[in-house]
Design a protein. Structure first.
Length: 202
């Protein structure tokens, strides 16, 4: 008899993953990188494909070094849940339930990668900065003003392919861990996630 809550999905690496009953040992950085590299921001309504993985890398590079891993993984739950557009997430019962599931899964992500909750303010700030930058560079003219008052980044975004986004996401992950700028992470955990990275296909 299955003792897990809910049903499961098969991840890219072959893990039997239960989104409603996530366990840290089943969360893999390669699965996160691959899934996010194939998911388009803005529910696909940008002028060209622009992945959640690329967005995450750009946030990671914008925040202070101590918050770089949080910046990279702030949307990690979407690798298993996909995302809901903000109007659904904020203004309906579906959004409330989704947010509860997302929060529970992000707690497991944080434990898996040695991150401390809550998400740092710098990550939230630069998430908005990237949102404004993406609006400027990737969207058609706005029909109404968007939420968010942050100034966009000066450099224009030229979107990557999904394959490049996955590769750069994994490279950024290794860089953050190897340089020791992810915060207080146990040596054993560091070694485990680096071994997982080295075993991931090039």
């Amino acid at each position: 008899m299955n003792s897990r809550k809910g049903d499961w999905i098969q991840t890219f690496s072959g893990v039997c993953f239960y989104p409603l009953d996530a366990r840290t040992e089943e969360i893999r950085i390669g699965d996160i990188a691959h899934a996010l590299s194939l998911q388009c921001r803005f529910a696909g309504h940008c002028r060209c494909f622009y992945s959640v993985a690329e967005h995450s890398v750009r946030v990671s590079c914008a925040v202070p070094p101590a918050d770089a891993l949080w910046g990279l993984l702030h949307d990690a739950a979407e690798a298993y849940l996909v995302d809901l557009p903000r109007p659904l997430k904020r203004f309906c019962e579906m959004g409330r339930l989704y947010s509860e599931i997302e929060d529970a899964l992000m707690a497991q992500v944080a434990e898996r990668f040695g991150l401390n909750l809550p998400v740092p303010p710098s990550v939230k700030h630069f998430d908005t900065v990237l949102l404004m930058t993406e609006k400027r560079d990737l969207m058609c003219a706005e029909p109404k003003p968007w939420e968010g008052t942050a100034e966009p980044l000066p450099k224009k975004i030229k979107p990557w392919s999904s394959m490049k986004a996955e590769r750069v996401f994994m490279e950024r992950y290794a860089e953050v861990v190897l340089m020791g700028i992810a915060g207080e992470v146990a040596i054993a955990r560091k070694m485990g996630i680096l071994i997982e990275y080295m075993e991931w296909p090039a």
